[in-house]
Design a protein around this ligand. Structure first.
Ligand SMILES: [Zn+2]
Length: 163
């Protein structure tokens, strides 16, 4: 596969990872390939997404530009604006929520989720889930290349000598 230079790739790298809210009600997994999978209560969403730099949007709007014909409201601390291509959260084949806004700032992911039943909106703040450090078992080796497992003198993955 040939790699395609994507100028937005750096934004996707910032957002890549697993995000969760305090109550454990919502979890979102974003990958660097512009894909998002989200769970909210009993609902599920899977979509592709786009990212725009908020600063750039502000400049555009300042000079009279508008997004999709409507002025865009900026949030305090917003750094990146996330646009989901499919905003609907499904429970089975029922549509139950709609992600009305998504943005990132100060290492937090913010989602505004609208309940399609009564129209009320919830603001969800997600923080990055850090991978838990599992202590090495006896005889197990962790290499700088990412390999983890048994090894004797050399890493079986990258061949680095184990000291
Ligand atoms: Zn290695």
């Amino acid at each position: 596969m040939t790699s395609i230079a994507n100028p937005d790739y750096k934004y996707y790298k910032i957002l890549e990872g697993t995000w969760r809210d305090e109550k454990g009600l919502c979890e979102a997994i974003l990958n660097s390939g512009a894909g998002i999978e989200m769970r909210y209560a009993s609902g599920r969403l899977a979509s592709s997404y786009g990212v725009l730099e908020t600063m750039q949007l502000m400049l555009n709007q300042g000079s009279g530009g508008m997004m999709f014909g409507t002025p865009y409201t900026f949030h305090d601390g917003e750094e990146l604006r996330i646009t989901l291509n499919d905003r609907i959260v499904y429970e089975g084949d029922k549509t139950i929520y709609r992600v009305s806004e998504a943005w990132y700032g100060n290492e937090e992911l913010h989602l505004e989720i609208m309940d399609l039943y009564d129209g009320h909106k919830e603001n969800i703040v997600l923080t990055r889930v850090k991978e838990e450090e599992v202590p090495l078992a006896e005889g197990e080796y962790q290499c700088s290349c990412g390999y983890r497992g048994t090894a004797r003198r050399f890493c079986p993955n990258c061949g680095k000598e184990i000291t």
